[in-house]
Design a protein around this ligand. Structure first.
Ligand code: 5AD
Ligand code: SF4
Length: 442
């Protein structure tokens, strides 16, 4: 590769989960430290970071077509943008990307992106670099301080997963479960609050497996961390995601009853409502043990909104087994949910299982499941009408004088009137839609 001019502008494109959104923000901060600024909307950037997701579908193919599009747009504008591929596709297929896509000069995995500035210096000199090492927790100490935050901020507390669900690529791309230390998290939370955060969402592939040592050397779990963060008078709300049913303990259930700042929302993936499928998925819970667990959460916090993840068409899933998933949806009545067609991931056990389900069967099951989930989401929103609740104002709406924020149950709420981004306002919920509610300031 030929040397190029140092980039002046960047764009970070993040795909997939909230962990990637967090990583994308941290990469943007690293680039800002080097004096590179975000490319204005609609303009080509000198440096593009594709922060990729490998969890489903043809993720890698999408990366190659993005790379093609970016270099073509650059050519047309007479520039040669630097391209970095980050995230889980980089981790899983780094070597191949380097071989197949000469336009890419940097490939950097999710545990190595603190090296991005050095790699960038090399790229400017015309050297290509790959870094997909996985040193535990190394990057966090080397990332810049958090200076500016949106009202709702993410904080990664845990990375990786040891659960090895048979369909999932995460244990391979993100590695083994590691918890960031308690003191470091308390410190970063303080900085986020000082930088403007009113709400912090604790992130991890499996946050319920987080553990650490508190200030006096006691072992604490997620509930202990939440309790510590809740002491900050300037932090109004705490959320966490994603958790695994097997790791939810009595402490976190109790925390939902006793810590007012812990929002009444729980994202707890079930994946399937059928015990044979759950076993084949290596999920370690049954439909019944999952429902029992939810009962305990609801006893602690009766207004808890529930959310879940679902996979339809796992290898061997019969129509009757799929109906068990519809049945558990009927029983739980989720406020929100994410549902996917099973997608074979190279290297995972399920990818080579017999009896892969035909695409049209998966399409049909997904449609039926999503219809049920939409019905329940609408019902949940309708049941919120006439309630008065706090709304955290996150941004302006499309019309002048209109604002958009989030209810405690993570619903989007629109209202008009006097407010500022970052305010916690009292609003009466007036009208329900599928994905948002209209409200009025009180
Ligand atoms: N196919 C379809 N969905 C998947 N998920 C994870 N792996 C796969 C796969 N191979 C879904 C699960 C998980 C969510 C983040 O993505 O529902 O909870
Ligand atoms: Fe993947 Fe299962 Fe771990 Fe979630 S718990 S990241 S689905 S292996």
């Amino acid at each position: 590769m030929k040397p190029t001019n140092a980039p002046k502008t960047y764009r970070v494109k993040s795909f997939g989960c909230q962990m990637n959104v967090y990583d994308g923000e941290r990469m943007a901060e690293l680039l800002a430290e080097k004096g590179i600024t975000p490319a204005p909307e609609g303009e080509d950037a000198d440096l593009v970071v594709l922060n990729t997701c490998h969890i489903r579908e043809k993720a890698a193919e999408k990366v190659y077509s993005d790379i093609g599009r970016i270099s073509k747009a650059g050519e047309e504008a007479g520039k040669k943008p630097l391209i970095a591929v980050a995230g889980c596709v980089a981790q899983a297929e780094g070597e191949e990307i380097m071989a197949r896509a000469p336009a890419v000069s940097m490939v950097v995995g999710p545990q190595a992106y603190h090296h991005l500035p050095d790699m960038l210096d090399k790229a400017v000199r015309g050297e290509r670099a790959t870094d997909t090492d996985m040193p535990a927790n190394a990057k966090f100490a080397e990332l810049p301080q958090r200076r500016k935050s949106a009202p709702s901020a993410f904080l990664t507390i845990q990375e990786g997963c040891d659960k090895f669900c048979t369909y999932c690529v995460v244990p391979y791309t993100r590695g083994a479960e590691i918890s960031r230390p308690f003191a470091e998290l308390v410190e970063e939370a303080k900085k986020l609050v000082a930088a403007g955060a009113k709400e912090i969402t604790l992130l991890g592939q499996n946050v319920s497996a987080w553990s650490g040592e508190d200030h006096v050397g006691h072992r604490v779990g997620l509930a202990g961390l939440v309790a510590e963060l809740a002491k900050d008078p300037d932090l109004a709300r705490i959320r966490y995601t994603t958790s695994h049913p097997a790791d939810m303990d009595e402490d976190i259930i109790e925390a939902h009853g006793s810590i007012a700042k812990l929002m009444p929302y729980l994202h707890l993936p079930v994946q399937s409502g059928n015990d044979r499928v759950l076993k084949a998925m290596n999920r370690s819970h049954t439909a019944e043990s999952y429902l029992k667990l939810l009962e305990r959460f609801r006893a602690a916090r009766p207004d808890l909104a529930l959310s879940g993840d679902f996979i339809v068409g796992f290898p061997g899933e019969t129509e009757a087994e799929f109906k068990d998933t519809l049945k558990i949806v009927e029983q739980v009545r989720y406020a929100a949910a994410f549902s996917f067609k099973y997608s074979p991931r190279p290297g995972t056990p399920a990818a080579t299982m017999g009896d892969q389900i035909a695409p049209e069967v998966m399409d049909d099951r997904l449609q039926r499941l999503q219809a049920a989930l939409r019905r329940d989401q609408m019902a949940f929103n309708e049941a919120s009408v006439d309630k008065t609740c706090q709304v955290l104002v996150e941004r302006r709406g499309k019309k002048p004088g209109q604002w958009l924020g989030k209810s405690p149950w993570l619903q989007s709420v629109w209202f008009e009137g006097d407010a500022n981004i970052g305010d916690l306002v009292e609003a009466e919920l007036l009208e329900a839609g599928q994905n948002s509610l209209a409200g009025r300031l009180v």
